[in-house]
Write a protein that binds this ligand. Structure first.
Ligand code: GLN
Length: 249
């Protein structure tokens, strides 16, 4: 089986880093290849898509100029998509803090996000994260946050798959927004459903075949998040699933 992954063009996005990690994955009898998506034709060849970090407004503009906005919206409705940082913003249903003139979104994940939600003091930082469902869960994953967005809320919609929280930050690292932030009381595994409040601590989540991370897994040497996306989000949409059978411990 061959899986073609696309990485949406973004002037500042980390295409090479995503591609390097994807090329390292060894998953059953599956050949994984990836390409840069600049045109509808590129997109049409893909089984799954990664929307990288960068600048969400610029990515949306480039997509619009390339005639990709509607094909991307259709792709999101049909196939797995992972949005990292700016890409996560594009996958949201609603965003606050958009630039003047607005922010075009693709939708796909029922969350409301805030651009640059960490404020100017802590625009970029790293944090050790416990992530649900990754190989070797005792080993923390280094979350690299670069002018990251914040998940403000989940938007309940019983007709859509449940939102699964994969990782939270400790509330002590949350941005100072002047608002009262409730202390998290649950671990990610205890709190996987919609509307428990305190969504601002959420930094990685999954809804059905789509994945959202407000940080940059491609900027580490750790391939576990890419491995998770391929196994759990992409294969879940295919009729045949050789991966689960060969899943490492
Ligand atoms: N702040 C950027 C935006 O709003 C995202 C930054 C990133 O992708 N690292 O689009």
């Amino acid at each position: 089986m061959t899986l073609q992954f696309g990485d949406l063009e973004s002037l500042q996005g980390a295409f090479v880093e995503h591609q390097t990690i994807l090329s390292r994955l060894r998953i059953s009898d599956t050949a994984i290849s990836s390409c840069l998506v600049k045109t509808r034709e590129d997109l049409a060849k893909c089984d799954a898509l990664i929307i990288p970090g960068g600048e969400s407004t610029t990515i949306a503009l480039l997509a619009r100029l390339a005639g990709l906005t509607d094909p991307l919206k259709a792709f999101v409705q049909a196939k797995p998509v992972w949005g990292t940082c700016a890409g996560a913003i594009l996958l949201a249903e609603s965003v606050v803090g958009a630039k003047k003139g607005g922010q075009e979104l693709l939708g796909g994940i029922a969350v409301k996000m805030e651009r640059n939600g960490w404020g100017s003091q802590v625009e970029s930082f790293e944090a050790a994260l416990d992530i649900e469902g990754l190989r070797d869960p005792q080993r923390p994953f280094t979350g690299v946050f670069i002018r990251a967005p914040v998940v403000l809320d989940f938007m309940e919609d019983p007709s859509r798959p449940p939102i699964e929280v994969l990782a939270r930050l400790p509330s002590t690292l949350l941005p100072h927004s002047g608002k009262e932030i409730p202390t998290p009381t649950a671990s990610p595994s205890d709190d996987t459903s919609v509307s428990t409040g305190n969504q601002r601590t959420v930094v990685a989540l999954r809804q059905g075949r789509h994945l959202l991370t407000t940080f940059h897994p491609e900027l580490t040497k750790d391939d576990r998040f890419h491995d998770y996306f391929v196994r759990s989000c992409v294969y879940a949409t295919l009729s045949r699933s050789p991966v689960e059978e060969n899943k490492p411990n």
